[in-house]
Design a protein around this ligand. Structure first.
Ligand code: THU
Length: 132
């Protein structure tokens, strides 16, 4: 593994400590990397009004997009799950909005569990701007 990729994994894992999860106690961390090698860290942020909770992946995307970033090359998602975490459907749709289907996504869980996948594998037959 390259040192850059190891750094991305470390960012996602360290982000777990910042997750705001008083209701689910299910922390998730994310590291979104732009094509210019900028790193956007994300965490899940919950709310007493449960439906307002935001996932870690979308926090990372919304931080980056709000700063004018549109081109991404890698996403890492980490959870304290027995196997590599599985991103929710809403986050897969947001990935499909901003990333090419072949963009790599690395999913992490406890005990060094790791799954390498892509945006297209996570959301085949995605609804995109081409469908409008
Ligand atoms: N969660 C994420 O942050 N990302 C996902 O892809 C799956 C779910 C969060 C939302 C909520 O704060 C907690 O995990 C439990 O669903």
């Amino acid at each position: 593994m390259t040192t850059a990729k190891q750094e991305w994994l470390d960012v996602a894992l360290k982000a777990l400590d910042h997750a705001y999860v008083p209701y689910s106690h299910f922390p998730v961390g994310a590291c979104l990397v732009t094509t210019e090698d900028e790193i956007y860290q994300g965490i899940n942020i919950e709310n007493a009004s449960f439906g307002l909770s935001n996932c870690a992946e979308r926090t990372a995307f919304f931080k980056a997009v709000s700063e004018g970033k549109r081109e991404f090359k890698h996403l890492v998602v980490a959870g304290h799950t027995p196997e590599a975490i599985s991103p929710c459907g809403a986050c897969r749709q947001v990935m499909a909005e901003f990333c090419s289907p072949d963009m790599p996504v690395t999913l992490l869980g406890d005990n060094d569990s790791i799954k390498e996948t892509t945006v297209g594998q996570l959301l085949p037959y995605a609804f995109t701007d081409k469908d409008l």
